[in-house]
Design a protein around this ligand. Sequence first.
Ligand SMILES: [Zn+2]
Ligand SMILES: [Zn+2]
Length: 341
Amino acid sequence: MDIMRAMALTAFGEKLEMLNVPEPEAGDGEVVLSVRACGVCRTDLKVMHGLLPQVRATPLPLIPGHEIVGVVDAVGPNAGGWKIGDRAVVYFYVGCGNCPPCMVGRVPLCHNIRYQIGFSANGGYAEKVKVPARNLVRIADHVPDEQAAVVPDAVGTAVHAVMDVAEVRPGERVLVTGAGGVGLHIIQLVRLSGGYTVVADVDGSRLGMAEEMGANETHQISGLDAIPDSIRVDKVIEASGALRDCGQVARLLNSAGRIVLVGYTVGESLTVGSLDMVSPELEIRGCRACNPNNVVTAVELVERGQVRPVIDSVFPLSEANETLEKLSAGKLKARAVLIPN
Ligand SMILES: [Zn+2]
Ligand SMILES: [Zn+2]
């Protein structure tokens, strides 16, 4: 049996450990990818701390990493025409395929979810990963590995948030709070959808990047409770995960406005006055990662150069812990990506 190196979670709340583990083998309908790059997402910190129920229910060691681009290294039976050497990104939810949400393509809402790659099955912080062939989306060679890696989540989630959940229409004014890994792509998608983008972040250097990505207006704030009253918008897309008092952003909305929650903090509650919701007929909607069709759209937009995946830096897989610490400390301006070395 061949051995590979992986950065694995061996105990919740502890650092990842570099382990030598058996290489995965492709079963029915599966392929093994040789990982070219894997994005480092804030959700990986929640995985490490055991904050998500599906992770808690998974035996350790677990290899995290759900933003994967790789090259097909082995093909199991019934793998849908994929060949060794094909390059693809990975959609990380593996649904049952038969329930009503799966039938309409809303796989994260599957009633009998089988597993999530990087959460309840081994992910991309490794030299190789096993995935269902039907979760692969081909991506053109001219998109570099580090950019391709973040397409299935950091770009795909922005597509879902802006197009499906916020439903941004031309001319609408949209406040994006949090110009980080996902937020910088949300800004690009709002612009593509014809919206006017207002961006608020506590970090001034991120606002510079937000302007590069096409933000119409940027505001450095000390917190989400300190957004200037002068801002009036039709929709708010919250990508920082720091929102507690929804009333603070609700007051900026025009009537019939909408708050879309992309970020969240496990265990925290939101507050808002009920009359403040009812009188102007406001809505709050959650956005859970993205659907498979959003990844297809994200790949197309990136291949055509209409959306640029924003990468802060690339690190070797062996520096996964240092990279996660930088992310946790707010030292990354955009996605970091790990490359198996
Ligand atoms: Zn993620
Ligand atoms: Zn299902």
